[in-house]
Design a protein around this ligand. Structure first.
Ligand code: RB5
Length: 155
């Protein structure tokens, strides 16, 4: 994952902006920073999540980091988009495993849940973890088949 789509609603603006600086300092390219400019500009997280996910899917080396108050609304929205595998993360082990086992292309964080330093650790871990493939590939294919309709769920 080399380029990153960052997005937030009003509940995640501050953490999103902090993460933008952080990932750039790690050498990643921020492809887009979506959502309001300030926490005072209220918006609806599904709108931002959909726009961000479409951008994630537009390039193979791209992932998304979506921030709202809890991370939950962003994840619920993102997982409705075919091809997106998103997880809410609050600990480093999960940040690693959603890449290693679930091949997640989106990580969701909650600004009202996490401190900035733990959030940066989660971001660093997510971005440096690789999908292990093997038996996990079959399971990930089954996740994606659920989105493709009833005829595809017999994998
Ligand atoms: C906005 O107040 C809040 O509901 C949103 O940021 C998020 O936490 C939803 O899941």
């Amino acid at each position: 994952m080399k380029t990153i789509v960052l997005a937030s609603d009003h509940g995640g603006v501050r953490l999103r902006d902090e993460i933008a600086h952080f990932v750039q300092s790690l050498g990643f390219v921020v492809e887009a920073k979506l959502g309001p400019a300030s926490a005072e500009e209220s918006c609806d997280y599904p709108d931002v999540a959909l726009e961000a996910c479409r951008m994630v899917l537009a390039a193979s080396d791209r992932c998304g980091i979506l921030v709202c108050g809890t991370g939950q609304g962003m994840a619920m929205s993102a997982n409705k988009v075919v091809g997106i595998r998103a997880g809410v993360v609050g600990d480093p082990f999960s940040a690693q495993m959603i890449r290693a086992h679930n091949d997640a292309n989106v990580m969701c964080l909650g600004e009202r849940v996490l401190g900035a330093e733990i959030a940066k650790l989660l971001v660093r871990t997510f971005l440096s973890s690789e999908f292990e493939g093997g038996r996990h590939q079959r399971r990930v294919a089954k996740i994606d088949a659920i989105c493709s309709g009833p005829s595809s769920t017999s994998l």
